[in-house]
Design a protein around this ligand. Sequence first.
Ligand SMILES: [Zn+2]
Length: 210
Amino acid sequence: MGNAFERSSEVLESSHGEDGHEQDMKFALVNGQRQEAQPNLSGKCPTCDHPMVAKCGEVRMWHWAHQGSRFCDPWWENETEWHRAWKDQFPDEWQEIVHHAENGERHIADVKTGDGWVIEFQHSSIRPDERRSREAFYRSLIWVVDGLRRKRDGGHFSRAWGKGESFYPSSSKRRVPSAGGALLRDWAGSRAHAGLELTLRESTVRQAAA
Ligand SMILES: [Zn+2]
């Protein structure tokens, strides 16, 4: 599994549109059915109904893009291989699920489980107000955060973890004294559960931090 989580900065950069935003997705509706991108296939966005084109090149993983670089969900984080690898840990029918609020607001959850938990995979930084909006919108939400996005995140986390207190010997949960480093500071205030994924060379370690 370790290799699947290796990040590639070239891939990330080439996937950004001129405005820095793209909304690449794994699924689009083809004749009303959710389908993955395949050469020469065209579909529609499950959220905004806009035409989508299948992008099946050799560099990036195959995906769907809105025709004309439209961006219909401001919360959508461009799908990187990191996102795709995480989503693929779950059944297809749980991935990229449109979630409706009573007031008509719609967003696409990365994963929504059979019993209603939403899992969001967060690779880039997120403003605290947006984080809170998403937590309010989804209610039962679990964040999975790329814990090694910034160079110093891993070291900060390890130090905080080392100083942490374990309340239950059999559990991998620890209470850490203060939010050392940007990563923990960003996520310490979250009301939802946040898991930080720390990829160390070939092995993947997941630590529940909150
Ligand atoms: Zn759309």
